[in-house]
Design a protein around this ligand. Sequence first.
Ligand code: TRP
Length: 327
Amino acid sequence: MQGSATHPCLMSVRDLLPPSSDQFREDVLHGLRLPEKELPCKYFYDARGSQLFEQICDLDEYYLTRTELAIMDRHAGEMADVFGRKCLLIEYGSGSSIKTRLLLDHLKEPVAYVPIDISREHLTESALNLAEQYPQLKIMPLCADFANLPSLPANGKSARKAVYFPGSTIGNFTRDEAIGLLRQTARLCGLGGRLLLGADLKKDPRVLEAAYNDDKGVTAAFNLNLLVRINRELEGDFPIDRFWHHAFYNPTQGRIEIYLISQVAQRVRVAGEVFQFSEGEPIRTEYSYKYSIDGLREMAAAAGFEVKHGWTDDRNNFLVLYLAVRF
Ligand code: TRP
């Protein structure tokens, strides 16, 4: 892999995604054929979806991003210390790498930074911005679904691996999936591997529900954008204004559940196949699990990690955990 003339330390984007439309079509059709319809949340993040998500992160109601940023701002020095000198920093779902900058400002001689994101446009643009701000840093962007990583870049193999997984994106996986993902991470990192994990904590359901039902309707637009994407990329004919965004906290499961609800009985065509919706029928688009510290500790242990340390905010709204591979 070669750097560019203007940014010698910025490698070209390595692409591990399968030909996008094939997998997307297969996953969407599979989800819509289920008796309880669902769509995988990773497909939210096309170019428009990634933009809308950035707007969500700035909303008053969406306390997660600013709380996590404040924790990072306060403790990035300690976090960088536990990662140690000359680590290979890997990030799952890097987006704009805003929080990562706080880490990068403190890390000692990182061997390279590997931002992984499913949105190619967003990844390319963010990597370029980062290269301008950190000209000495070797950046190796990877366009991939981080939940499905066969391997890590070869030229960093001997360095200590440090995975940064912020945003409580872990919460978008069910417990079993999350344990599987953490286990994969432990395996990829190997002995001495470290993980910095951002996780949203259980709290007043009204606060949780507001975060997924903002006043300006940005979250609704983000959710509905998945149908816009299906219409554009899979010859769909979803009438966007005939679906509602619906999000609520399920305390028994400890998660926010997010749906698109058909306002009327209707037929929708996607990639040549017809799907019947009854009035009020939901499509589940996402879960967002909220954790207790004990719950996180258990999950980490089940995946081969040991919790070494945690940093939280004054209100105990959000937690950043430092985990080490145990075997
Ligand atoms: N990882 C984010 C979360 O669980 C994703 C998210 C935020 C989201 N708001 C949303 C997903 C609204 C769907 C709809 O908090």
